[in-house]
Design a protein around this ligand. Sequence first.
Ligand code: PLP
Length: 405
Amino acid sequence: MLGEALRGQFPALNQEIGGHPLVYLDNGATTLKPDCVIESITSVYARDCANVHRGVHTLSQRATQRQEEARVTAQRFLNAPEARECIFVRGTTEGINLVANTWGRANLGPGDEVLITAMEHHSNIVPWQMVCKATGATLQVADIDDDGALVMDDYRAKLSSKTKMVSAIHVSNALGTVNPVEEMIRLAHDAGALVLLDGAQSAPHQPVDVQALDVDFFVFSGHKVYGPTGVGILYGRESLLDAMPPWEGGGDMIRTVTFEETTYAGLPSKFEAGTPNIAGAIGLGTAMEFLMGLDLAKVAEHEADLLRYATERLDSIDGLRRIGTAEDRAGLVGFVLDWAHPHDVGTILDHEGIAIRAGHHCAQPVMDRFQVPATARASFGVYNTREDIDRLVSALHSVKEIFAP
Ligand code: PLP
């Protein structure tokens, strides 16, 4: 039920670009949405349009019930012990900023260290840089090797009793590297550090079990798991979330308010000030059900096959160099061409109806490490097929004809 069999459920695939049927290979940036997710969002506005948690009337109760069902779906999606440990946020970026600004400001100080890796997305660099600056803590970075794999000796060497938090990407959006997170978490815990995983590129592609991982925080974005934009999940261990100060102040996150003092609500409301993205949360719930219905182990297998096939076919193109050649990779392939800039490649492929991404992928330190200004990236999703990769490879040959000397 993956690949070709799914395409009919994704209306955006049913269009031509420049006279060619669309091949969508930009899933790392965002995924297309299936009918069930679109209908789920539409039905909120068409039928259950009300604010949550505040109304005694039927529409508000329906909206509240549907949003809270989506939270329970998130709990199942991540195998979290409790639904209240799943906080609705705007996406991965907000989830990391929430932890950095609440846990970080309360727990970091001079002499403390936060350890990240050299393959992070900007959203897992900048918030920690900002909070380190504010608290006097130090940001440490574990190296990657020429294949784009984490150098475990360096990771071990940079972990110490000073390390209070390891915040690491699970699957790299620029390199495709799958990090050895089980071992990283075990080592971090042995050193007394907490671990946050940026799951933006893992949650869409493989089953995630926060209990089996024994991870303290896990974040992902709805729009990369076939759900809507503007919503995502932050999972946190209840004991940690309970001890953290709130994030934003406002409605819904309080128990009592006077001008002298405010007491805060329990989880998850404490971290969800103001009217949430109700339709987004409900749409995300439907997207997670959709993915679980496909079986994430099968999704991982399907995309591993596409990755193997793409790697083999791209390696047959003279002058193409893949960036990100670690043994354990998932979901995407990044490359540069001797004879054309990635942006030109992206533009010409678009004329052929093929959507890929070209740029630094919000990972400028990765581009610096590989001494390239940008890469072209083809990233896979549940509806992609080997034929999509054939179209990509054949279009790259046309690019070569235009640019190669
Ligand atoms: N982390 C990784 C690995 C990503 O790939 C992305 C998005 O590309 C993000 C974080 C940021 O996600 P969002 O923009 O949805 O907050």
